[in-house]
Design a protein around this ligand. Structure first.
Ligand code: MTE
Ligand code: MO
Length: 414
């Protein structure tokens, strides 16, 4: 059954992406090392191993079963808005069961709240204006698989990212309704998921400084792509902060504390979601104190090639169509380039958008590959401050965070 689904989706992919039309064929024998889809063939989602597919596309790749973490091969991220069945999943604990949206509440509390306030889902929907934004959320560990020595945690290749359309109310409106004291510094979230140990410990409780919490695009959301948020993505309510580590976007949201200090919840300290303040040599030891480490805030400039799939074959003389997305934390994309000669020369691409802040932007281009043979296409985005993606992995860090090296695919001209 799983095999049939794989074949079917492959057929759909061929049809939808029009590979037949441009005469591109898929060869499976090309695997490029570097920022490419290494390992993506290793563990396809399968039925019958104790997990339901949870409505995910069968070509997504399982990084761990418990907690359930799955990533998306780059060619499946071709849509401007990532469909629910292709969005990566990252869990730190156990997915909550028996969720009842009717009795769900969100409590606003903390040292810096004027008045502790409880909202039902209905309250949120009735009391505040609704907003919809397309927001990139990317796991800070996306790309970790390329660091050497490897960072601790799931070995994400390129697929811990997506851009969905989120609908909800502004976090700012909700916080202001409860009242924000002048000494507010940070917000911290709490969700309904349980610790893997089964004990009464919080699996993750992170947050953002007030300046990010109060931005227009910071949402308390109940809908993703116009539907209820799927259970694995935080049903019935979650935070969503585009452009920042997705670990700040609390799922199954029950409580937000307005803090008078930097939030000190689970995974806010030590080496979690932090980088050495002063860069260190690969593998060097560092005592992960808060003095030595800084919290990751906006994510760095990055891009993906979503068409064609790595391993494509192109008849000699045909133009190669290329496309993908680029994004840059709180910044915009200024330029996008591709190279088919290992970075010796670069060709400028056209870019669209963004539709709103913290949304990814689509790029396209066509290239003529000069002769028969093996090529790699590398993609490099430049953000609005002129900062480019590095071609190799950036500064090593113990958590293996923020690898934004250029994405590469293989293409053979035949
Ligand atoms: N309650 C809760 N929220 C959470 C997490 C979690 O384990 N529990 N994981 C975080 C991390 S590390 C990431 S990368 C994103 C992943 O969001 P997604 O699974 O909807 O793609 O959720 C964040 N929010
Ligand atoms: Mo994450």
């Amino acid at each position: 059954m799983a095999n049939d689904e794989v074949k079917k989706s492959r057929r759909q992919f061929l049809l939808k992406s029009g590979l037949g039309l441009v005469g591109l064929a898929l060869g499976n024998n090309f695997l490029v090392k570097g920022s490419v889809a290494i390992n993506t063939e290793s563990r396809k989602l399968t039925l019958g191993d104790g997990f339901s597919l949870k409505e995910k596309h069968p070509d997504l790749v399982v990084l761990s079963d418990k907690p359930w973490n799955i990533e998306t091969p780059p060619h499946l991220l071709d849509d401007a808005i990532t469909p629910a069945n292709k969005l990566f999943v990252r869990n730190n604990g156990l997915i909550p069961e028996n969720i009842d949206a009717k009795t769900w509440t969100l409590t606003i509390d903390g040292e810096s709240v004027e008045k502790q306030t409880v909202f039902t889902l209905d309250d949120l929907k009735k009391k505040f204006k609704h907003h919809t934004y397309q927001l990139v959320h990317e796991c800070a560990g996306n790309g970790r698989a390329e660091y050497n020595p490897p960072g601790h945690g799931n070995q994400w290749t390129t697929g811990g990212v997506g851009c969905c359309e989120w609908t909800g109310v502004r976090l700012r409106d909700v916080l202001e309704a409860a009242g924000i004291k002048k000494d507010a510094v940070y917000i911290g979230y709490y969700g309904r998921d349980k610790h893997l140990s089964g004990k009464d410990e919080v699996p993750i409780s992170r947050g953002v400084p007030m300046r990010k919490a109060l931005e227009e695009e910071a949402l308390v959301a109940w809908a993703m792509n116009g539907q209820d948020i799927p259970v694995v993505h935080g049903y019935p309510l979650r935070l969503i902060f585009g452009g920042w580590p997705a670990s700040t976007s609390g799922k199954w949201l029950t409580r937000i504390s307005i803090r008078n200090k930097i939030h000190d919840g689970a995974k806010m300290n030590g080496a979690d979601y932090r980088l050495p303040k002063n860069t260190i040599a690969p593998g060097a030891k560092i005592t992960a104190t808060n003095e030595n480490m800084r919290i990751i805030e906006a994510m760095p400039v990055k891009s993906l090639i979503t068409y064609p799939k790595t391993g494509a074959q192109l008849p000699e003389g045909k133009m190669l169509e290329l496309r993908g997305h680029a994004w840059a934390g709180d910044r915009k994309i200024k330029e996008m380039h591709i190279s088919y000669n290992f970075g010796a020369t670069w060709q400028k691409c056209s870019i669209k958008g963004p539709r709103n802040r913290n949304c990814w932007q689509q790029w396209t281009t066509q290239v003529k590959l000069p002769q028969k043979g093996y090529f790699e296409v590398w993609a490099r985005a430049t953000d609005s401050e002129g900062v480019m993606q590095p071609m190799l992995v950036p500064a090593w860090n113990p958590g293996g965070y923020l690898n934004n090296a250029c994405h590469r695919i293989a293409v053979e001209v035949v």
